[in-house]
Every structure is written in C-alpha cells, then in structure tokens.
Design a protein around this ligand. Sequence first.
Ligand SMILES: [Mg+2]
Length: 391
Amino acid sequence: MKKRSVLHVDLDAFFVSVERVLDPSLCGKPVVVGGSSQQRGVVAAASYEARQYGVHSAMAMSQAMRLCPDLTRVSGTHKMYSRASRAVFRLLNGYTPIIEKVSIDEAYLDLTGTHHLFGDALDAANEMQRRVKEELRLDLSIGVSGNRLVSKVASAYAKPFGLCDVARGGEARFFAPLAVKKLPGIGPVTANKLRSLNIDCLGTLADAEKRFIEDTFGSHGAAMQRRARGECSVEVCPPGERSAPKSIGHEQTFANDIDDMKLLRGHIQLLLEHACSRMRSKTLAAKTLSLKVRFADFTTHTSDVSLSQHSDNEQRWLPQAVALLEKRLKHRSSVRLLGVRFTNFSSNYYQSSLFNIENEEQRARTAIADELREKYAGSSFKSGASLWVSD
Ligand SMILES: [Mg+2]
C-alpha cells in the first residue's frame, strides 16, 4: 500500500476565537460561548483561560459561572462561525482536494503526492498554520503522520496552536506514554475498566496479552489493541464518498420542567421541524425515530418507532412521536428534556419521489418553510402546535 501523509487540523477554541476577532476586548480573558444559566444553558466552547478554572464544553453554564466568577459569557453568532469556517476550508482546499471535514472546525487532509507542490507534509502544515493565523487570525493545531488516527491524537497533543509530527515507524512510541482515554473510541466506561486492570497508558494496553484483552473486551479488544499501537488503515474520504451521517437529531432542556401535554406536543413539533429541515438540507429521509425523555428526577428514557417508508416530513413523524411520548408519560409527568433523533437513512429518496406530484407540491411548501426558517434564524417561523412554544 502507498505510504500516505495525513494531517488532522483542528481550530483552537473555535467559537471563542471567532468572538475575539469580532471583539478583541475578549482577548486574554476567561470567555465562554453558550446559553445563559437562567435558561439552563450549556457551555458550547471555553477559552483556555476559562479551562484553567475547570470550565469545559458541555458543562452547565451555572456550574461554569460558579467555578469562574469572572467568566465572560457570549451568546454566540453562528452565522459568523460558518463564515469563518468557510474561509478556513477555502484556504485548506488550496493544498489538496482530499479533505474530509469532520465538523465546523476540524478536518482530515491527505497530502500524499503533493510534495512537489508544497514540500513535505510538515512544510505544508507549517504554512497552513501560519496563513490561517495571518490571514484569518485563528489558531490552528495540526497533527502530521501516516494515518488519521495518529494525526488526530497528535493534533490534540499539540494544542494550543501547536504542530506535532509523528515519524513513520514512531507511532507506537508516541502513543505509549499517553493515557488510554486519549485514544479516540475509548470512552469513560472502557477507560475505567482498563484502569481497574492496571492499564493506564496506551503502551501498557498495546503490550498486554492479546488473549487477555480479547477475553475481557470481546471482539473489539483486538482492534483496540491495534489502535493503541497507532495502527489505522481508514483513509481520508471527501464528502459524498462516505455514506450519509448515522443520525440527525435535536434536543432541548427546558428552563422549567413541563407537565402540560399540549406544550410538550408543541416542543416535539419544533424539534421535529428542526431535525427534518436538516435532513432535507442533506437530501436524506429516515425510517426510524428515537424519542428521548428526561424527567425532573433526571431519569432518562429512549424509545424508537419505525415507518414502513422513509420520510423527511415532520407532519408524518409527529403522531408517531406524540404516541411515544404519551406512552412514556403514563405514570409520570414533569419533563426536563425532550430530544428527537432520526436514523436509518436513505439518500435515494428524493429521486424516487420526484415523479410523485402530490409529494412535489408538499415538498415545495416545505421548501418555502425551510427557507423562511433559515431566514428568521430558526425560532420565529413556526406552524401548528409549535405556536404554543415561547422562545
Ligand atoms: Mg476545535
């Protein structure tokens, strides 16, 4: 197999960095982007100054405020984040057509065979980092290696504003001293289990008896061990070449727990509208819907329903979702969080329904609704039951 040069690039504290470009007075201060604590908001991004207080993303805003009383909170300007992201990707596109965007601020680039244009991968990485800083005033961290797994770990290792190059053949040595949780795919549960077996770092995991790991972790034990050595054969795959996303969903935590069914129904409709609108923007239709309900006592339940045919239409899904909710609410009431998640996608749906006139009329109406929703930033365009829901 051809030896590859793969980069993982990741913008540092991206939302915060964009806010700082817009308002330089935020520089050097502990800053978070996210919803207000009165609205039970969560931290979407935290500056490195805020992280020193233990603040991190996905933390409740109220807790972040307690940890760091001097914290500056910014609500966030998503339009600007998209704009900044597009500018970064335009720049990166100049280096290779093989870019796999993982999120708004993160991507894999395959630079194999581009050395005659940009020098070796490390030179190209250095230049990208410098240009993103100079031209866009954003900090990019980069991992460089022969595969995406090692580059992903290397870019995290390099943060903030760093560059880490792992030489071919040095993958296992680079991984060996790192904590097991640094390996993508090892979550808190697996990390705890490994720790209970006295396996704290990736080197110990890599060197453990293969039979023992397989007995303990089943079939994915062997794969985990290979990854702990920095082995990975998954290639960088530009959009369109990989299959559709695995799921599309939305959830909402309420400012006050809700027990009014009419209001809950309205929220479900809103969540479905958002999720279906995203499905349509990706020309996908789903067959399965999961409803997540978290009650006031924090117990969380998830249940699924499947249709006989794929659909991207919220009206088609609403009765199903409401039925799931009613079943859940039988014995209890106060709801803290609702979420919907679509899975089981088909992307050929559009082609097959294009000749169905009835569908087409409905589709035209829905397209207008989507356009309005985008224009008025999500919440101001509502229909039916979601008119009940106040912002
Ligand atoms: Mg990032």
